[in-house]
Design a protein around this ligand. Structure first.
Ligand code: ATP
Ligand code: MG
Length: 147
């Protein structure tokens, strides 16, 4: 099943993400997909608010991963833009965050396609499509739960 919503502003995208985060259970891996500037990090900012995180969420492009303490469980926000393979991510020690038997918390990952094979079979995909300057189509679906 896929849930589709249209967002007409950055604030609306954050609000959608915040509401979604309030319903999320740990452990969970969520891949944020879409072009540069599509709204992935904006979604992460709203998502963090929904987990009770008041710290400012910034893009982890240079740090690869930022960790935040939520009120119930931690949030791990990855940006794989600068990585080029699953092996590279494993060498950086990231494997455990993508193992649902070990993960405690929620993982958001931007540019997961750069580390193909790292994500658990069961994960959520939130995809963003730019319609115009302020409009984004957001689609949420679960992968891997129907064989
Ligand atoms: N409806 C909308 N939802 C989200 N962002 C929007 C929307 N309308 C305009 N924007 C703008 O689009 C940009 C989205 O930037 P953001 O950093 O979230 O993208 P990103 O997908 O994380 O890009 P990158 O791949 O570079 O990390 C921001 O400048 C934001 O203000
Ligand atoms: Mg980003």
């Amino acid at each position: 099943m896929e849930i589709k919503v249209t967002s007409n502003s950055e604030q609306t995208t954050m609000e959608i993400a915040k509401k979604y985060a309030m319903s999320i259970k740990s452990p969970c891996v969520i891949s944020l997909e879409g072009d540069l500037g599509a709204g992935k990090t904006t979604f992460a900012k709203g998502f963090a608010l929904g987990l009770g995180i008041n710290q400012t969420v910034t893009s982890p492009t240079f740090t690869v991963m930022n960790e935040y303490a939520g009120s119930k469980f931690p949030l791990y926000h990855f940006d794989m833009y600068r990585l080029s393979s699953c092996e590279e991510a494993i060498n950086c020690g990231f494997e455990e965050y993508f193992d649902l038997t070990k993960l405690k918390g929620v993982v958001l990952v931007e540019w997961a396609k750069n580390v193909e094979g790292l994500l658990p079979a069961l994960h959520v995909v939130v995809s963003f499509k730019k319609v115009d300057e302020n409009t984004r189509q957001i689609a949420i679906s679960v992968k891997g739960w129907i064989k």
